[in-house]
Design a protein around this ligand. Sequence first.
Ligand SMILES: [Zn+2]
Length: 257
Amino acid sequence: MDYSSLKNFKETAGYDIDGVWYPRVTKIVDIKAKPALYRFYAEMNNFNEGEAVKKQSASEGTLIHEIVEKILIGEKPQIDPSVSPAIEAFLRFLEEKNIQVDSEHVEKRIVHLDERYAGTLDSLALIDGKFGVLDIKTSQAIYRDYNLQTSAYMSALQNDFKNLQTRWILRIDQIKNCLKCKATLREKGGRKKIKLPWNGKSYDYKSKTCEHEWSELKGDVELKEFPCWQEDFEAFLGAKKLWEWENEYWLKQIGYL
Ligand SMILES: [Zn+2]
């Protein structure tokens, strides 16, 4: 990514904490290639359309994220009707799984002083008797790449939380199901995406020929635990090294390198 000025770099790529600048975890993990993006852009009419879809999709995700965060700190936020299926499903899930969140650690800024990076934690939670990092995503699936980000949080929290045991991704999304087959429809960024059931070899024949009939919009919530984080953290540090190499020009001016 190109930055317009040192000020712009410092603001978008890092945090100033007690007068010291630290790069952001999310910027560092962005250095990793995302091959799925090529496919996404290839499905668009042109680059600008791709950018617009991505932007709108991100703001829909942010809306869900913001409401969820308010709920986690005990507020009762206004729920925009466009995301109410996702939020309703999230509320049911919180209750069913008895997920306990300490409001003090929602959207909390964290710093790794030795490795020199900072980030913002979604929350710390107690689930099934275990205490860990809970990161919220609004994607259509849980991707392995998320483990880089949360491993960085795990390592940064080691000193302050000796009882930290694990980490989870909580995915919150909303989809429509086909009433006649197992296909799902996801609308994000003004784009409809149909997913056919995949049996490991091919798409389900019935789904391929089905004239889908879509249900009401439904919440789709998934929780996945990733207890082993050390290897992911090694990979994060590798990504950080590469990110520093790419941004050497700015980092030297800051005195970070
Ligand atoms: Zn169908």
